[in-house]
Design a protein around this ligand. Structure first.
Ligand code: 6OG
Length: 159
């Protein structure tokens, strides 16, 4: 028997095109009031890639056609029982028109003007690797859900 707590598996996908990144303003739920990529929980029987594409369709009404996994980050909280393991995807091509949904209001941001002050604090740490096309792996330890007390982040050859 193991006492290890299984992490919740989630996805996060950013579309990057023409020097801009597509983000969504989260209207409800976890991360409400912040800008983030699109994503959510991976469902039973789904791969992380399938989950990432489904969540993008549900939250922004578009289909990414070249999504690739770029990072795996784990968030550990002192005030929640289970860590979250988030699979981070990049896409540059999609079909459809980004459209506001009940959950997200999409908008394009210049890569020089990503609104880090209105995003989860880990983003500012891994976006440079993500935008440079690197693959990365990391762990972030949070207190009070939102404050990073420690982190590890490194470039990896493969995920
Ligand atoms: P739903 O509850 O909407 O999925 N998420 C995070 N994203 C970033 N950038 N930083 C974090 O730092 C995050 N914690 C969670 C994963 C939640 C969505 O929010 C992302 C999912 O895309 C703590 O189903």
């Amino acid at each position: 028997a193991s006492s290890a707590v299984e992490p919740k598996i989630l996805t996060l996908l950013m579309v990057v095109q023409d020097g801009k990144v597509l983000l969504g303003y989260k209207k409800r739920g976890f991360g409400e009031g912040m800008w983030n990529g699109f994503g959510g929980k991976v469902e039973p029987g789904e791969t992380p890639t399938e989950g990432a594409l489904r969540e993008l369709r549900e939250e922004a009404c578009i289909d990414a056609t070249d999504a690739t996994e770029r990072g795996v980050v784990t968030f550990v909280y002192d005030d929640k029982p289970r860590p979250m393991q988030v699979h981070i995807f990049h896409a540059s091509q999609f079909t459809g028109v980004p459209t506001e949904t009940d959950e997200m209001r999409p908008a394009w941001f210049d890569l020089e003007a990503v609104p880090f002050d209105k995003m989860w604090p880990d983003d500012e740490l891994w976006y440079p690797m993500f935008l440079a096309g690197k693959k990365f792996s990391g762990t972030f330890w949070f207190t009070n859900t939102t404050t990073i007390v420690r982190h590890e982040l490194r470039e990896v050859e493969s995920l």
